[in-house]
Design a protein around this ligand. Structure first.
Ligand code: ASP
Length: 410
């Protein structure tokens, strides 16, 4: 995309987010009338995700070349995901211990929401089981992306062993990927309107500014804990971007449209097409764009991890349960796993929080305390999830370039 267009779109998107907040805040429920704009945008993004993920992963893995390289890049990617997720959980735990938002909170007759009740037996083994699907079509229909990615990786690895015939198939998926990315660049022109619709309508359906402010104020310290934790993690990722990936502020500026889309959609999966496009505009190596970002959008969720740890500790404090060091280590480990297991869809983190609550023996009703503000915090944590993926793509990009330089190939 020409540079001027990208800048114009960025400005339009900033205007859209601001206008969406102002309109939803002041006109409240009346703004539900623009919900269709948001739905149109979201549907278009979702339409692209399944074919894009498959084509991107298959062509991206194949472009890595031999299997040893896949091992090295894959290992580095997973190490990055795990380290940054662990840092996020740690920050969440530190903030919640410092601020202690749940102390002295009055717990009303909270109830467990239906979607949580259905998942109350979720355990760590479910995360492993979710890697492989017995029915890829059903997974695609339900937007369960992780099994599609696993299939894509295996399929592509197999293709690379087939010589010329495999190369033809890879070329096909390369073309599919290019065509889909072209659609993404077209969709970008509609993004500002879509984001405006999503934000204005969501604030509107929550009852407008005053109602939202009251909801936030009721668990104000919890909101402060999560938002300040996310802000710190944002800065940590920025430092990684500067010092590990060797990038500058321009990278962040180019990523802003993706981050604002994440804020608007509350879904890192739905944002993926834009994240990939922005990373491309940042000159990130295609192999990193096609592999690190799709995988990251479903398994690397720093914001969610931080949120889950902080929220569970908040619930413990509200119930007057003192979780000592040992229990907090359990929270640390399970929150990391729960974030990996969370899908990149709105409020998925709330559902996998069951794993963490069960692990430390807290009542599921505690989730009821968080419900009113979850949609709000979800948007911030989703933006951090996407930011974590974007920085990861830059880190792996550098690694790939170094590898290419060392091997004397481009
Ligand atoms: N909405 C988040 C995402 O899509 C997941 C969550 O924390 O609920 O990344």
């Amino acid at each position: 995309m020409p540079h001027k267009h990208a800048i114009a779109l960025l400005i339009l998107t900033v205007v859209a987010v601001t206008a969406g907040i102002i309109a939803g805040w002041y006109w409240g429920p009346a703004m539900e009338s623009v919900a269709w704009l948001g739905a149109l945008f979201l549907n278009a993004l979702k339409m692209l995700i399944v074919p894009l993920i498959l084509a991107a992963v298959i062509s991206g893995i194949a472009a890595l070349g031999d299997v040893r390289r896949l091992g090295r890049v894959g290992g580095a990617t997973l190490a990055y995901y795990l380290c940054t997720t662990a840092i996020a959980v740690f920050i969440g735990l530190v903030m919640v211990n410092l601020i202690r938002p749940g102390d002295g909170l009055q717990i009303g007759g909270a109830t467990v929401p239906e979607k949580i009740l259905e998942k109350q037996d979720t355990g760590v083994s479910d995360i492993l089981l979710s890697l492989i699907s017995p029915n890829l079509i059903a997974s695609a229909a339900e937007m369960q992306l992780l099994p599609l990615i696993v299939f894509g990786i295996l399929f592509s690895a197999a293709l690379t062993t087939l010589g010329a015939r495999g190369a033809r198939v890879i070329e096909f998926f390369d073309g599919v990927n290019e065509a889909l990315m072209k659609l993404v660049t077209w969709l970008m022109y509609f993004a500002p309107l879509g984001i405006f619709g999503l934000i204005a309508a969501r604030l509107g359906s929550a009852g407008g500014g005053d109602a939202v402010a009251n909801e936030i104020a009721a668990v104000g310290w919890h909101v402060v804990t999560v938002l300040s934790g996310l802000a710190i993690h944002f800065a940590v990722l920025l430092a990684i971007l500067f010092f590990v990936a060797g990038r500058g502020w321009g990278y962040l500026v180019n990523m802003l449209r993706a981050l604002m889309t994440a804020f608007g959609t509350a879904s890192s999966s739905a944002t993926l097409p834009l994240t990939m496009e922005c990373a491309r505009e940042n000159g990130v190596d295609e192999r990193s764009v096609r592999f690190v970002l799709p995988l990251g959008s479903t398994v690397n969720m720093d914001g969610t991890a931080l949120y889950e740890a902080a929220a569970v500790m908040f619930i413990a404090q509200a119930y007057g349960v003192d979780l000592g060091f040992g229990a907090q280590v359990v929270v640390f480990v399970t929150a990391t796993l729960a974030a990996i297991g969370a899908a990149g869809i709105p409020e998925a983190g709330l559902v996998t929080m069951v794993i963490v609550l069960n692990a430390v023996g807290l009542p599921l009703e505690g989730i009821g305390l968080l419900l009113t503000v979850d949609w709000f915090l979800d948007r911030f944590r989703t933006s951090i999830n996407v930011w974590g993926d974007a920085v990861g793509a830059a880190v792996i990009d550098r690694l790939l370039r170094r590898g290419s330089a060392a091997a004397g190939v481009d």
